[in-house]
Design a protein around this ligand. Sequence first.
Ligand code: TXA
Ligand code: MG
Length: 323
Amino acid sequence: MDTQVGSNIGIAKKYLDDGFAVGIPTETVYGLAANAFNEDAVSQIFKIKNRPAFDPLIVHVADFDAVGRITTHIPENAKKLAEEFWPGPLTLILNKSSLISDLVTSGQSTVGVRIPRHALTLDLLKALEYPLAAPSANPFKYVSPTSAQHVKNQLGGKLPYILDGGHCEVGLESTIVSFDDETPVILRLGGITENQVKAICPDVRVKIQHLPDSVTIPGQLLKHYAPTVPFIPLTQVSGSIKEDDESIGYLFFNKPNEQILKNSKLNIKWLTQNANMNQAAANLYSMLREFDGQNLSRVYFEWAPDEGLGKAINDRLERAQSK
Ligand code: TXA
Ligand code: MG
């Protein structure tokens, strides 16, 4: 199948109406979307991604009314978080209504829902008569895509259309929050920080797990988000790096010092020019992919400061390093 890339909502809608899976931009990462009410269309997503059936999908909607239709009960704290952060990088895990099939939720009674903050995709969602089930548009376990080209590089030939909405503004997946009665529980750190959630719901708990591959709990596999080249933490970034082997990459958080920069043999990238956490997040996945395309023996990386979005960046770096 020939994969077209363009920013025509009408073409995207036509393919979605016909039951195809289509690449869509969001503010977090690109999604591989299909009609959430059409089981054949949803099953294409699992096939194209090579995703196991036990890993449930997030459902994307345009507005609160649509959330009401696909869920049965919305805790007060979920409403508060939705009001504060939607449209935006927050996924709420809520009890599903019968409109959502077990295929989408991998048999669970809950469904992940979010209103994304991307003008093209919001317009697309408004034009559709159904919500869009969409995981990140990468092969299972690999780094998420933050541009249409990333999607084409890996999934080209398997889907008819990628809606091109430019480079993703946030660059990390949504923060996932479930509810233990009224208490919010963060299951995945992402574009909304723990402190942002805490400011709305002071009793929030965090339950991030890094489980081995043999365990089939959704979203918690350690090897998710992993590039192919080994990523190894630079435990100490001092003034000198001894190894100038060209098969080694270096990923710094901030722009490194002159002594490091003047060694032109080093293959260096940095996530941000001036310790800007948003910029670091937006660059992370592109840089992991660039290193991955260079046939390196390994990449040494520096952790981000462990605060705000840096915690989500470090979570992804930690998963990137596991082999
Ligand atoms: O930012 C994002 O969330 C992107 C964009 C495309 O919206 N989507 C995304 O989807 O990252 P995905 O499928 O790659 O990651 C969603 C995670 C999965 O690990 C899945 O296990 C978890 O959310 N999830 C989905 N539904 C769930 C549920 N009912 N209970 C617990 N976890 C759930
Ligand atoms: Mg994913």
